[in-house]
Ligand binder design. Structure first.
Ligand code: SF4
Ligand code: SF4
Length: 72
């Protein structure tokens, strides 16, 4: 099975922080990047992320996407 990783679309984030409690690996944090909506976007730490998809499931604004890792 191809390995997956999470990618983010920071401009979509509305700062609700549902994803922060959904991620049991502590892989998500609030970044210093403020998007056009005026929210500090969420960033994912690739070292900690296990591509479980919980953030993808809870985010109301489709910030996360699971994609196949290149070369996997
Ligand atoms: S759940 Fe989605 S919209 Fe809410 S803070 Fe997380 S990334 Fe942003
Ligand atoms: S895919 Fe799972 S481990 Fe990775 S950032 Fe999202 S909730 Fe956390």
């Amino acid at each position: 099975m191809a390995k997956e990783k999470i990618i983010t679309y920071p401009e979509r984030c509305k700062g609700c922080h549902y994803c922060l409690s959904a991620c049991k690996k502590g892989a998500l944090s609030v970044s210093e990047f403020t998007n056009k909506k005026g929210h500090k976007a969420i960033e994912a730490n690739a070292e900690k992320c296990v591509a479980c998809g919980s953030c993808f499931t809870v985010c109301p604004d489709y910030v996360f996407e699971l994609v196949e890792e290149a070369g996997a």
